[in-house]
Design a protein. Structure first.
Length: 166
């Protein structure tokens, strides 16, 4: 019976390597998104003398939005791999720039990134308010506030949990 228990435990522990498929997939998605970003950048660069100031601001916000999404992907890939699959043992692979991200702090960083992305999207909507119905703007604002409140609550809960661990 003990041998079965050990086998099941090892199987469950080894199953974490299935997550690598998801992280590699996110890496490939990031590469595809980089191509999309370059196409958007080329379009903006080609239109630099044609776009109005407001249109240029919107284009820059779209590029910032893309950079935030890409950063979010990298953060999730690296920290999730470190937390759930394996540590980076290579001394040359210094990922100290991420700091120590456990699953709780990762959730807060993801929530904060979602709030930042949502903020940029909402700013784009407000800059083009004449193209949106008022009820749509209201719902986008409510959704954004839900993201903000969720991020604040996650931060508060993480702080509470950190106090109980001490």
């Amino acid at each position: 019976m003990k041998a079965v228990e050990i086998f099941v435990e090892r199987l469950i522990l080894a199953s974490r390597f299935v997550l690598v498929v998801f992280y590699v997939g996110l890496g490939l998605a990031l590469a595809v998104y980089a191509v999309s970003f370059m196409a958007k950048l080329w379009k903006v660069a080609a239109s630099v003398f044609v776009l109005s100031d407001a249109e240029m601001i919107l284009a820059m916000l779209a590029l910032i939005d893309a950079a935030l999404v890409a950063s979010l992907l990298v953060m999730v890939m690296i920290s999730s791999y470190e937390n759930f699959v394996s540590r980076f043992d290579d001394e040359e692979a210094d990922i100290s720039f991420l700091g120590k991200l456990d699953s709780g702090s990762l959730k807060i960083k993801v929530a904060s990134s979602i709030v930042a992305i949502s903020s940029i999207h909402l700013l784009q909507v407000f800059l083009n308010a004449d193209q949106y119905a008022n009820d749509r703007i209201m719902w986008l604002t409510i959704l954004h506030m839900a993201f903000v409140i969720s991020a604040l609550l996650l931060g508060f809960l993480e702080k509470l949990m950190a106090k109980t661990k001490v």
